[in-house]
Write a protein that binds this ligand. Structure first.
Ligand code: NAP
Length: 559
């Protein structure tokens, strides 16, 4: 729904995903004149786009839903412990409809540029439909993994079959029965796709450059009785999420790795391997993340699990990562992924040995041979965290280009502000708590904080907010320092900005994307800033520009 009538808003939110939906809810509650723009055809962000088979939460569904409305919590019934994409998208639509948020949303609008107009103290947004929209504050809720990246193989356009990046999986069903399918990539996405389609396609060939460490999701249905119990316990569940580093129910094992016997360690791992969700990663000993030896012992435990599940020992060894230990990259969770390789119609090609040379009209060619396919699936990941920002021409004070400023990695204050880019807020930006937590838990924190901040500005008649250079440098140094003890700093993973398909994102050039201090510490830090009158953010008001409350509190967008 587009509004052709309004061209100026107090706030424009860019992105109608999980964060954007909650952000507009909060602004609507305040009666602020605001709109949300999204390039998609409808709301939902990640859950609107990623329609590939097998797409589902890795978070327990009942920890992923919004916590802000008791009524909503009481109404919604999660059907599975780890809910699938169609249901997740239905949920987000239900939320938007329940709170009547659609009227604030405009779809099929890609923000191509956002320029800060210093003279007018406002943002000018260029939309791909030719409009220019202005706003006092722009809130970027662009998503962490919303800029998909394709490989750069020769001949990709020449393929006569169907091919797509998993992010752009077609909306209509893709007929796969009897088809010869290639999947390129073995990240969290590919691992879901491969397991889901292995028994539905004619023949499946997986092209793996590097294996990932994956562990069982252990999904299950949620009965009415269980859901009733979850509803009773919601306060307790969210309280647990709030005190754990990852915003999940999984709390790290506080015992020292070396304080307990090997038998006790293995007993814990055996239990966690059979339990649902990220427990195997996040309920583990903390040394897994920082100590090479501890990590190696645990990784070997998982390697044995892979060997026990994959019948062909040669294939099993190929599926065991050698270049990194378990959990230093984002752990994919799987459902019969390893068992897929026991099927006669599933083949694993190690493209670190025989690289793909080109895509052909009929399939692809490696250094070893030609393959024919009907469908090629690119599960090749994202230009993470900053990619979505880079795709908008964002210019701040003095025409500075954010793309240039962040060339070697982002620099922010609290992951929410950028020096030189006044009145631009990021509830879930690079270096914020959201990037490393159960996303909805993180964004509820970020959105609430940003909304409180805006209320403070409006109440005090401030019209301009800009993080100071010093505050930003301190925060970025703090975020950077936290990487120094983590094994993940070496990983070829989006956590460190690695993406072989994006220039400048080669391995070894670490980008400090993620706040690694855990959610409770992050919340403490941002609350301290607020309590000190938003220390580190220069606030000012120009009497000529100051908005009267009546200017900003206008009804919804019409149209
Ligand atoms: P990813 O983890 O970055 O994996 C991309 C895969 O494609 C890797 O195996 C990579 O190999 C391979 N690849 C990339 N470019 C290639 C090329 N030119 N040639 C051959 N192989 C290539 O991306 P993803 O699987 O989409 O996952 C990204 C993130 O999305 C996850 O870490 C997770 O945070 C999120 N996600 C979440 C869920 C969920 O919550 N349930 C599900 C899916 C994804 P290399 O490793 O060698 O580069």
């Amino acid at each position: 729904m587009k509004s052709e009538t309004d061209s100026h808003y107090e706030v424009i939110v860019v992105g109608a995903g999980v964060a954007g939906i909650y952000q507009i809810k909060r602004l609507a509650d305040l009666g602020i004149h605001a709109t949300v723009l999204d390039s998609g055809g409808d709301l939902g962000g990640t859950w609107y786009w990623n329609r590939y088979p097998g797409a589902r939460f890795d978070s327990e569904s009942y920890t992923y839903g919004y916590s802000f409305s008791k009524e909503l919590l009481n109404e919604w019934h999660w059907k599975e412990r780890f809910s699938s994409q169609p249901e997740n998208l239905r949920y987000l639509n239900y939320v938007a409809d329940k709170f009547d948020l659609r009227k604030y949303m405009q779809f099929n609008c890609t923000v191509q540029a956002a320029y800060f107009d210093e003279a007018e103290n406002l943002w000018r947004l260029q939309i791909d439909d030719g409009r220019e929209l202005t706003c006092r504050f722009v809130i970027m809720t662009l998503g962490l993994l919303s800029a998909p990246t394709l490989p750069r193989y020769e001949g990709m356009d020449s393929f006569k079959g169907r091919s797509f990046h998993t992010f752009y999986w077609p909306h209509e069903p893709v007929e796969m029965t009897g088809k010869r399918v290639a999947v390129i990539g073995t990240g969290a996405t590919a691992i879901q796709v491969i397991a889901e389609i292995a028994d539905k396609v004619g023949d499946l060939t997986v092209f793996q450059r590097r294996p990932n460490w994956a562990a069982p999701l252990n999904n299950a249905r949620i009965s009415d009785k269980e859901m009733a119990d979850i509803r009773e316990r919601y306060d307790e569940i969210f309280a647990t999420c709030a005190r754990t580093p990852g915003g999940f129910e999984h709390e790290p094992d506080r015992r020292g790795f070396y304080e307990v016997s090997r038998e006790e360690r293995v007993a814990l791992w055996e239990r966690l391997y059979d339990e649902p969700g990220f427990g195997i990663w996040l309920q583990n000993f903390r040394e897994i993340f920082t100590d090479e030896k501890a990590n190696a012992e645990f990784s070997e435990f998982i390697a044995e699990k892979i060997r026990s599940r994959v019948k062909d020992p040669v294939v099993a060894e190929k599926l065991i990562p050698r270049d990194h230990g378990f959990g230093v990259q984002r752990v994919p969770l799987e459902t019969y992924y390893y068992e897929a390789y026991n099927r006669d119609n599933v083949h694993l090609v190690d493209i670190s040995e025989t690289p793909i040379e080109r895509i052909t009209e009929t399939g692809l060619q490696t250094t070893e041979r030609d393959y024919d396919f009907d469908i090629i699936v690119y599960a090749t990941g994202f230009d993470a965290i900053t990619g979505a920002f880079d795709r908008i021409d964002i210019r701040g004070v003095g025409g500075a280009k954010l793309r240039e400023d962040w060339k070697d990695g982002p620099s922010t204050f609290l992951g929410m502000f950028i020096h030189g880019y006044p009145n631009l807020l990021m509830p879930a930006g690079p270096q914020s708590g959201s990037a490393s937590t159960n996303y909805p838990r993180g964004i509820e924190t970020g959105v609430s904080w940003c909304t409180d901040f805006l209320e403070y500005m409006w109440e005090h008649g401030y019209t301009r907010a800009e993080a100071t250079r010093e505050a930003e440098e301190r925060w970025t140094a703090h975020v950077t320092k936290m990487y120094s003890t983590m094994l993940m700093r070496k990983a070829k993973s989006w956590f460190t900005g690695y993406n072989s398909n994006v220039e400048g994102h080669e391995h070894g050039k670490v980008r400090y994307f993620v706040y690694n201090g855990g959610a409770p510490k992050y919340v403490t830090r941002i609350n301290e800033v607020a309590e000190r009158g938003y220390e580190g953010i220069a606030l000012s008001s120009d009497p000529a520009l100051s908005s009267e409350p009546s200017d900003l509190r206008v009804g919804a967008v019409s149209g």
